[in-house]
Structures are given as structure tokens and as C-alpha cells.
Write a protein that binds this ligand. Structure first.
Ligand code: ATP
Ligand code: MG
Length: 266
């Protein structure tokens, strides 16, 4: 049973997969730009010390005054650290390498896994969607993301080992749901970097549909060179080349996320 979600309620989604290089950041920046192109107010939170989502949104991570790190350790208010991505049409809570120290600096904090949630709650009237780009690890940073979120979107490549790490992540989501955040659900699995000419990818894709049913998003993001080029210009692929197959897929994906959210199909 699902209940409709009021469309004026802010939704917070983590884009997570502990496997590296599976398309988390590409999905976060392009979903943010896609939702913005559907007139939604979006905040992207970069929760990865690599700062790829920050750079990919056209923000120079070496010249920013405040970052998500300062927010997590109570050095500044979330409002002071948010900057606008002109190329993406959304706001960004940026990150840089400093964030790698947060795990240690948070040790002395009570409820240290709730620091991000407390910050996001302060801007809940400003955004329709908050998207959190998680690092490739099930770390305290990812835990802060999961504790703050209503749902998790898992981007994955349809490769032989893709399913292996999935059960760890699904178990982590269940544990967080049970112990820290009752709101948390798996929103869906997004197939990315898909190459339909590869029989193996088709087989894994079919397996995913069999096991996870409507938890698998209908949209499939193809392998597309324009999506890979865009970050070096500091522009999400959706804005960089609107006519590319990759951009179109992410625009469709944004629409699918809006429909699922508004219909409460989560
Ligand atoms: P990390 O775990 O290091 O944070 P990630 O999961 O965030 O990585 P991305 O950085 O989004 O993954 O993608 C990894 C690489 O694949 C990047 O070079 C990106 O440009 C490229 N890429 C992502 N999606 C696509 C796509 N659909 N087509 C072509 N290249 C892609
Ligand atoms: Mg990334």
C-alpha cells in the first residue's frame, strides 16, 4: 500500500552505490539539472571528498568559502555554504578534500549520523528535491546521507558483478530504516552506461527486472560520450547537449522520478 505524497513536500534522495565509478555523480548532476528543467527547485549535496559533483556543476572547489564539511561540524549554517550552479539551474552544497576529515572530526559528536539531516531540515521550505551524491563507500558520510533521506536511488551498470554489492547496500538500507530513519525506502535501480549490443548487459538487465520488478526504473541511460565530456566543462550533460541521447534519457528519468514521487510509488 502506498499513500500519495503531497507535491509541495521536499523529498530527499541519496544517490548511492558503494561500488566506485558506476555513475552516481553523473546521475546526481543530471537528475538535478533534469528536475530543474521541469521547474523544480533542487539542492544538490556533494557528500564525496572527491568533489566531482561540485566541479561537474561548474563550481571551482578550490575557491569556495564554505563546504558541506563546515556544515557537518557546525562551523557554519547550511544557508551560508549553499552556492548556485548557473550551468545546472540548481543550488549546490559543495565539497572538497577537507570532507575526508569529517569521519574523524565527528567522533566526539552525539548523534553524529544525524548532522546532515539537522542541516537539511533548516532549508526544507526552499526546495522540492534534495539530491545527495554519496561517496563510493558505506561510511559515516554515506550514513549521514541515508539518515537524512526519504529514499535511495541506486545507479548500476548491467555487468556480471553488479549484483554482488547490491545485497550489501540493500541490507544497509534495511538496517538504517530499522534503527535510524523509518522514512527510508529504496526508490529504485537505474540502469546506466547501457550498451544494448552487449548480450550480457541485456541478460543482467532482464535479471534485475525479474528480481526487483517495478523497483527498476523504466528509463535506461545509454553509454553516451556527451555525458562523459560534460563534467570537464563544468556543465551537467543535460544542459551541455540537450539533443544527445544521454541528456534525453536523464530528462525522461527526471520525469519518471517526479511521477513516482507524486504518485507515492516508492
Ligand atoms: P565514484 O564512485 O568515483 O564517485 P561515480 O559512481 O560517481 O564514481 P561517475 O563519476 O558518475 O561515477 O562516472 C564514472 C565515469 O563514467 C565518469 O568518467 C563519467 O563521465 C562516466 N560516465 C558516467 N555515466 C556515463 C554514461 N551514461 N555514458 C558514458 N560515460 C559515463
Ligand atoms: Mg562520484
Amino acid at each position: 500500500m502506498t499513500t500519495p505524497t503531497p507535491s509541495n513536500m521536499m523529498r530527499v534522495f541519496c544517490i548511492a552505490n558503494q561500488k566506485g565509478g558506476v555513475g552516481k555523480t553523473t546521475t546526481t548532476t543530471n537528475l538535478a539539472a533534469g528536475l530543474a528543467s521541469h521547474a523544480k527547485r533542487v539542492l544538490l549535496i556533494d557528500l564525496d571528498p572527491q568533489g566531482n559533483a561540485t566541479m561537474g556543476s561548474g563550481i571551482d572547489k578550490s575557491s569556495i568559502e564554505h563546504t558541506v564539511y563546515d556544515v557537518l561540524i557546525n562551523e557554519c549554517e547550511i544557508r551560508q555554504a549553499i552556492v548556485a550552479s548557473d550551468s545546472g539551474g540548481y543550488d549546490v552544497l559543495p565539497a572538497n578534500r577537507e570532507l575526508a576529515g569529517a569521519e574523524i572530526d565527528l567522533v566526539g559528536f552525539n548523534e553524529r549520523e544525524l548532522q546532515l539531516k539537522k542541516a537539511i531540515d533548516q532549508v526544507s521550505d526552499r526546495y522540492d528535491f534534495v539530491l545527495i551524491d554519496c561517496p563510493p563507500a558505506l561510511s559515516l558520510l554515506t550514513l549521514n546521507g541515508l539518515a537524512a533521506a526519504h529514499g535511495v536511488i541506486i545507479p548500476m551498470q548491467c555487468e556480471y558483478f553488479a549484483l554482488e554489492g547490491l545485497s550489501d547496500l540493500v541490507n544497509t538500507i534495511k538496517r538504517v530504516h530499522r534503527n535510524i530513519n523509518n522514512d527510508l525506502t529504496l526508490i529504485g535501480l537505474l540502469r546506466v552506461m547501457f550498451d544494448p549490443r552487449m548480450t550480457l548487459q541485456q541478460q543482467v538487465s532482464a535479471q534485475l527486472e525479474q528480481h526487483f520488478g517495478d523497483k527498476v526504473f523504466k528509463t535506461i541511460v545509454p553509454r553516451n560520450v556527451r555525458l562523459a565530456e560534460a563534467p570537464s566543462y563544468g556543465i551537467p550533460g543535460v544542459s551541455y547537449d540537450k539533443s544527445s541521447r544521454g541528456a534525453k534519457a536523464y530528462i525522461d528519468f527526471a520525469q519518471e522520478v517526479i511521477e513516482r514521487t507524486e504518485n507515492g510509488v516508492q
